[in-house]
Every structure is written in structure tokens, then in C-alpha cells.
Write a protein that binds this ligand. Structure first.
Ligand code: ATP
Length: 356
């Protein structure tokens, strides 16, 4: 049985949207002092950079890991700004040949920050070239083929590699070990998101009340990118359907219009919960069955809806499929079936993909 098609709202997707690049850049904090919400990372990174400045040296290589939209690109830019260094930006998937990497590295100037996003998606040969570059500031460019091939060493100026990954566990040990400092970014609490929203509203010239900021923050899934995106939509609503001021009521009405509920679930999230609870009695039910039932691609359910539902404690992955928790039933306004808490006995598993 196929349910009503559920279009995925782009509002709550944590990934970058190329159409939003300019809007995002305008809201990026440009110094560590302005980078709120990750005090431990800011403190530790501040120390690393200050020490490097003290020694008049290039900063150590930095690895940033964490889910999308939490500020990895922003931090890379801040590192460059704090070191008064230029920044060069590329990404793992863009570097498929070692030669691509050699060309970038040999063009760097001394002290430059090289930001490599999605570093876990680089090709193996490029990765091996990077080891040498990070350690010895040298690359070996192979000229020719077969037995006549020779490696020509090329010196490269000292630089700071800032690698970003959403999957630190996928990085090979030798690569991880070559970073002098690793920072794990966490989801933001609502207070931090309120501050970020207030700052963003100032830059956008939006009239955001503290209670309006709290309402948006609550629905932002712990992610600054989503918070800023919701703010822009709520601002539109406030201008067109209200008097321009973003109060709690205006924010709530706007986000209801966009189908983002009071804890940040959108239509797809709710459809998934609804399918698991109402159609499949709370599970266990396979991922593919859920996807067919909500009329979405399996990958979309798995990558967009599920991580947040699991993080919220609404859905569990078990060896036999997905299971709704009592909290999920309650969120839908339903009474959990008797004994449903014993679903936990099935035990959340560690399988990435267990329910197909
Ligand atoms: N600590 C913060 N304070 C204020 N704004 C932030 C903060 N972190 C992120 N942002 C804002 O969130 C948006 C997304 O941040 P950013 O592009 O740095 O995320 P990312 O982790 O690199 O995401 P991706 O992995 O998808 O590239 C930007 O507009 C940025 O201004």
C-alpha cells in the first residue's frame, strides 16, 4: 500500500543547498569570539591558534568532524582569518586523482589554510599523497609509466590542512593521526541557537523578539544552518502576513504553514512515525516497507528523516527493523500499546542498515 506522497521539505535538511550559498555566507561569523555554541571547541582551537601565532609558525593541521550544518566550513574560514592567512577550498569528491591534489598543494602559499571538505571521500592515491604533504610538506609526482616511471619530489610551503568530515570513523588511522588537533562538533542547545538567531536577525535587519527566537530555535533540530533557514522563511511571513515583527505567535504560525512542528519534525518525519505506529503497529518494520508506505525513496527516509527520529528517541533500529518508542506514539497523540516499552528489549543495534 502506498501512502499519500510526502514531499521532503528542504527547510529541515541539514545539508548545504547551493542556492543558499550567498545567504549563508552573509551570516557566517568571522572570528572565534563570534562563533557561539561550541565553547569547548572554541577554547581548544583558540589555544592552538594562539600558540602558533606566538611561535610565528603555521598552525597544526585540524580535523573537524560532525553532522552537516554545524559550522565546519565556518570554522575553517575562521581559522584562516585568525591566522591572517588566505584559504583555499576543495572537497574530497573533487580530488579523484593524485595529480589534482598535487596541483593544488604546489600552488599554496606559505601559511595558507587548505580546507578539504568531505575528506573521507578522497581517492586512495590522493590520500596517500596527502600523508606525505601533511608530514613533510612534500609531494612525489610520478612521471612516466611502468618500469621507467620516476617520482619527482616537489617541496611545498608549510600549510594548514583543515579537513572536514561527517564520518570521522571512515578516515583511515594514518590520516587521522596526522592531524594535530581534532574537534568534534555537537548539536547546539536552544540557548546557543537563540543567540545565533538574534545575531543573524541583526545582520538581516529582521525584527526578532526573544520569544520569537526561542520558538524558531526549538524547531531547528540543533543545527545553525536550519535555524538560519527557518529565520529567513519566518521573516518573509512576518513581512507579508503580519506587521514585520517576529513574535512567538508569528514564528509558530509561519512554521506551521511550512509544516515544521513544535519540535522540528516535518511532514516526512511525521509520515514515517505515522506509518510505523498506525500501519505497522509500532514495528519492527523494514526500511524499504516504510519508504514505500510514505511514498519516498528509501535513501531519503534513511538519510533525512531517520537520523533525527533516532536521535530524538522516537525510533529505534533493531535487527528486525525499525521500532517506534512510546514517545513516538505520544508525539502523534496516540496511546502507546500496552507493553510497547518492551520494544526496547529488541535492543537498538549497531547495524547501519538492518531493516531492509
Ligand atoms: N557557531 C555558529 N554561529 C553562527 N552561525 C553558525 C555557526 N555554525 C554554523 N553557522 C551558520 O550555519 C550555516 C552552515 O554552517 P557551515 O556551512 O559552516 O556548516 P558545515 O558544518 O560546514 O556544513 P556542511 O558539512 O554541510 O558543509 C552558515 O550559514 C553559518 O553561518
Amino acid at each position: 500500500m502506498t501512502g499519500e506522497p510526502t514531499s521532503v521539505s528542504d527547510l529541515i535538511r541539514p545539508d548545504a543547498d547551493p542556492n543558499e550559498r550567498a545567504a549563508e555566507s552573509a551570516l557566517r561569523p568571522t572570528s572565534l569570539a563570534e562563533f557561539e555554541g561550541q565553547p569547548r571547541v572554541s577554547d581548544q582551537l583558540g589555544l592552538v591558534l594562539e600558540a602558533a601565532r606566538h611561535r610565528e609558525a603555521t598552525a597544526d593541521h585540524v580535523l573537524l568532524s560532525g553532522p552537516p550544518g554545524l559550522g565546519k566550513t565556518t570554522l575553517a574560514m575562521i581559522i584562516a582569518a585568525e591566522m591572517a592567512a588566505p584559504i583555499r577550498i576543495s572537497s574530497g569528491p573533487a580530488i579523484q586523482h593524485a595529480g589534482d591534489l598535487a596541483a593544488i598543494l604546489s600552488g599554496l602559499v606559505e601559511g595558507e589554510v587548505f580546507f578539504l571538505d568531505e575528506i573521507h571521500r578522497m581517492s586512495r592515491p590522493a590520500e596517500e599523497m596527502l600523508y606525505l604533504a601533511m608530514e613533510d610538506f612534500r609531494v612525489d609526482v610520478v612521471v612516466g609509466k611502468g618500469p621507467g616511471a620516476t617520482a619527482i619530489p616537489i617541496e611545498i610551503p608549510p600549510f594548514t590542512l583543515v579537513g572536514a568530515t561527517t564520518r570521522a570513523g571512515l578516515l583511515p588511522g594514518p590520516l587521522r593521526d596526522r592531524f594535530g588537533f581534532t574537534a568534534q562538533l555537537d548539536f547546539y542547545d536552544t540557548t546557543a541557537l537563540e543567540h545565533i538567531l538574534t545575531r543573524s536577525a541583526g545582520l538581516l535587519g529582521a525584527r526578532l523578539r526573544a520569544e520569537g527566537a526561542a520558538e524558531i530555535a526549538r524547531r531547528s533540530r540543533g543545527t545553525p544552518r536550519i535555524a538560519n533557514r527557518l529565520l529567513r522563511r519566518v521573516r518573509d511571513y512576518a513581512q507579508v502576513r503580519a506587521d514585520g515583527v517576529i513574535t512567538r505567535a508569528v514564528a509558530a504560525r509561519a512554521l506551521e504553514l511550512y509544516e515544521v512542528d513544535e519540535i522540528g519534525l516535518d511532514r516526512l518525519d511525521r509520515a514515517v512515525l505515522d506509518a510505523v505506529c498506525r500501519r505497522f503497529g509500532g514495528g519492527p518494520v523494514g526500511l524499504s516497507t516504510i519508504a514505500v508506505s510514505v511514498g519516498e525513496e528509501r535513501e531519503t527516509v534513511e538519510e533525512v528523516a531517520e537520523p533525527f527520529l533516532v536521535r530524538k528517541g522516537y525510533l529505534m533500529r533493531t535487527p528486525r527493523g525499525r521500532v517506534a518508542t512510546p514517545a513516538a506514539w505520544r508525539h502523534l497523540g496516540l496511546a502507546p500499546p500496552a507493553g510497547s516499552s518492551s520494544a526496547a528489549d529488541t535492543g537498538p543495534d549497531l547495524f547501519e542498515d538492518s531493516g531492509s
